[in-house]
Design a protein around this ligand. Structure first.
Ligand SMILES: [Zn+2]
Length: 78
């Protein structure tokens, strides 16, 4: 995944920690108003690839949109 590795690893960690359980609560934070979960839910409506691309760009990481799409595509296959 080239130059994006550290930040994408961080993003993956967040995604895996902050998953909503059957009661609608974040299993990591233990409440339903988890910022990460809300951001993820929002991003699903916006187009996850663009949101991640903007997020990564805002932190100074130079990732191509194609790189982000490839990363997300690989995630879906796992
Ligand atoms: Zn959470």
């Amino acid at each position: 995944m080239g130059t994006c590795d550290p930040l994408l690893t961080f993003a993956i960690t967040l995604l895996e920690q902050h998953q909503v359980n059957k009661r609608g609560q974040c299993q990591f934070c233990g409440w339903s108003r988890c910022t990460v979960c809300r951001a993820l839910a929002f991003s699903l409506h916006q187009g996850l690839d663009v949101v991640w691309w903007q997020l990564l760009g805002s932190t100074g990481k130079q990732c191509g949109l194609a790189d982000v799409r490839e990363w997300l595509r690989q995630r879906e296959q796992n």
